[in-house]
Structures are given as structure tokens and as C-alpha cells.
Write a protein of this length. Structure first.
Ligand SMILES: [Zn+2]
Length: 366
């Protein structure tokens, strides 16, 4: 028997990674806040595996009702045992069918959920519009992508075919992966006459997870859904508007920039929602999650890229690098916003350009 949070379960032949507990912990916190503020929580766990997420939403987020679905019928005895076999009975229903068919039917029947959790494997694009279609207005969609090689620019033709995006590789490419997913969700929502607001975005080291809120008002604009430019010569980034695509040169050296997009350029997370989750994490004494939520809140509205410390040292030909904390403090003292991105602990996310970071690091070098 495994235990995670309040859930006890067996894994059997199901796919389960204890390393991604952080993703489930944040999902449980977000769902619990939803339950507290909306007074109800109806969950669809579309790719349930061993059922750990369904159990935790029921036991820890206090879900009223959970529809647990798993596409692999061989997992039926395991899931029945885990969800119904002992004292921790989950209120809801258990099915074993193709999740795409199930989501289609939910949308057709106008059966909308407060939280749709889709732990997809590989290319998540086929599930974006289906997931949004089963989410109620104001509800949450929590989606995995393991499609990192395409989204970080290592398989550009795949990213074009799956997402309609030209993805290029550069130092901040893991954040780009989250933003391509968010952009695709925003575009899908807009095509339905709706909008989405990012609640949280997380790179775990292998997988990408985004949680978005479906809203009435269309959010997609040319300033928040566009392109990222990167200069391979001097390492500077810029965001690029659709209307300026034909003339994108580096703002420092005037050489042509490498362009990725379109993607979401707006906030990565909902700071206020994360603050509520953090208060709950404190009450539950989840200290590591409290720290992570601090990091996420700090980066939520900063520019859609970051600079690695090694990059600052290399570009500036510095003999020694200041500590990350010293550099961030100096940037803030100079009037910039600056913090550590959750994607890379050895980097700074800031409103300063790379040239300013190099100049400050040069003054601080040990
Ligand atoms: Zn340049």
C-alpha cells in the first residue's frame, strides 16, 4: 500500500510517479480553494491511472462528486479496489472508456465540471478543446503535457503540426513550453467565444502542467498572444507583436532575432489564487509547497523569459559570478523587478535586459 497525502492506494501495473507529487499537491490545494469559495466541487479525472488524484480530490479537497475514468480496462480491478475497496469511498462514478469520446459526450450533454484533470501523455493538443468543452464557465482545467521536445524547439516540425507554432530552442525554452500550451488554450477558448485565465503553470523537470480558469470574456489580444524574439548573438530577448513580424531585429545589436510563437505572453499564474492556496498550505503545514508558491507568485507577471547566471557570466566574460541573491537584490535596488524563475533555480527573471544584468554582475563580481 502506498500513501500520498490522505490517500492510500496500490499501484499494480498502473503508471505512477511519486516524483510528480508536487503537481498533485498543487491540484489538491487549488481544488480545495475552489470548494471553499464556490461551495461545491464536481471533478472529472479523465485519465485516472491508479486513482490517486480522484482519492485526493475527494479526501483532501472535499469534492462532492468525482467522475473517475480510465481508458485502460485492465486497470478496472485495481481502481475498484483503490476507490471502493476500503473505508475511503469516493462519491461519484467509475468508468473505463476512451477519454476523448467521454469528453465529447460531456460537452454534447452540457455536463460541465468544476475541475477537469487530464494527465495526458505526449502531445496534449487533442485534449485542449475537449477539456475546455467539459469545463463549466468559472471552472478549472488542469492539464499535463510531456511533449517537451516539441515545445522546447527540438522538433520544430512536430510543434508546427501539433500546435501550429514555430518553436525554437534557447535558454528560456522550458518556460516557452508552458506558454505555448497556455497560448493554445487561449486560442481554443477564443474560438469558442470564451477566454481563459492561467491559474498556475509548472515545469517539474520532465513534465509540464498548466491550470486555467475558463471565463466568459475573450482574453486573446495581440499584446498577450504573440511571439518571443531571441538574439543568439548577444542573448537579449524581446516580445514581438504580430504586426511587427516582418522586421524583428535585436534591440541591442540590430541583427535578425530568432522567433518563437505564437504563445501566451501574459501572466503565468493567478497571484491572488496562489496566495489563497499558500494560506491553506501553511495551515496544512506543507512547508515545501509554501516555498514553491512564494516563487510562483513572485514570477507571475514578469517578462516571458529569464537569463541563466552562466549566460550572464559568459556574455559578460566575467571572471566570477555574484550569488543569485546578490544579483537580484542589486537589480531591485536599481529599480527593476527581479526574482528566481521556478523553471530554473540558477537564473534571474527580471524586467532588466541582459546587458543591464551583465553590467550589475560585473560590479558585484567577487
Ligand atoms: Zn543582439
Amino acid at each position: 500500500m502506498y500513501q500520498e497525502g490522505k490517500a492510500q492506494f496500490e499501484i499494480g501495473v498502473a503508471f505512477f510517479r511519486s516524483a510528480t507529487q508536487v503537481v498533485r499537491d498543487l491540484g489538491v490545494l487549488a481544488a480545495a480553494i475552489y470548494r471553499q469559495t464556490q461551495g461545491k466541487l464536481r471533478v472529472l479525472d479523465g485519465m485516472a491511472g491508479c486513482g490517486v488524484r480522484s482519492l485526493r480530490y475527494a479526501l483532501e479537497s472535499d469534492a462532492n462528486w468525482v467522475w473517475t475514468n480510465e481508458g485502460n480496462p485492465e486497470l478496472e480491478p485495481l481502481l475498484r479496489q483503490n476507490l471502493q475497496g476500503n473505508s475511503q469511498t469516493v462519491p461519484g462514478q467509475l468508468t473505463f472508456e476512451n477519454v476523448q469520446r467521454l469528453l465529447h459526450r460531456c460537452a454534447a450533454n452540457r455536463d460541465y465540471f468544476d475541475l477537469v484533470d487530464l494527465d495526458c501523455f505526449g502531445d496534449s493538443m487533442p485534449y485542449l478543446s475537449l477539456g475546455l468543452g467539459a469545463t463549466r464557465i468559472g471552472g478549472l482545467l488542469y492539464l499535463t503535457s510531456t511533449d517537451g521536445r516539441s515545445l522546447t524547439g527540438h522538433l520544430p516540425l512536430n510543434s508546427l503540426r501539433s500546435y501550429g507554432v514555430v518553436a525554437r530552442s534557447h535558454p528560456a525554452a522550458q518556460e516557452q513550453a508552458l506558454r505555448i500550451l497556455l497560448g493554445a488554450l487561449q486560442q481554443q477558448a477564443a474560438s469558442m467565444g470564451l477566454g481563459m485565465e492561467p491559474v498556475l503553470s509548472l515545469f517539474t523537470g520532465q513534465t509540464y502542467r498548466v491550470m486555467v480558469r475558463l471565463v466568459h470574456k475573450t482574453q486573446l489580444q495581440t499584446h498577450n498572444y504573440g511571439f518571443l524574439g531571441y538574439c543568439h548573438r548577444c542573448g537579449e530577448y524581446q516580445t514581438v507583436d504580430w504586426l511587427k513580424l516582418g522586421r524583428v531585429n535585436c534591440e541591442k545589436c540590430d541583427r535578425p532575432a530568432t522567433i518563437t510563437g505564437p504563445m501566451w505572453l501574459g501572466p503565468l499564474h493567478d497571484r491572488f489564487y496562489l496566495a489563497a492556496m499558500q494560506t491553506l498550505a501553511q495551515a496544512w503545514q506543507w512547508s515545501k509547497r509554501v516555498d514553491l508558491l512564494t516563487t510562483l507568485q513572485a514570477e507571475a507577471t514578469l517578462p516571458p523569459y529569464f537569463y541563466r547566471l552562466g549566460e550572464i557570466g559568459k556574455r559578460g566574460k566575467l571572471h566570477g559570478l555574484p550569488s543569485r541573491e546578490a544579483l537580484i537584490s542589486a537589480l531591485i535596488a536599481q529599480g527593476f523587478s527581479a526574482t528566481t524563475p521556478h523553471v530554473d533555480s540558477q537564473a534571474v527573471k527580471t524586467t532588466a535586459c541582459l546587458g543591464d544584468c551583465v553590467a550589475i554582475a560585473r560590479r558585484l563580481q567577487p
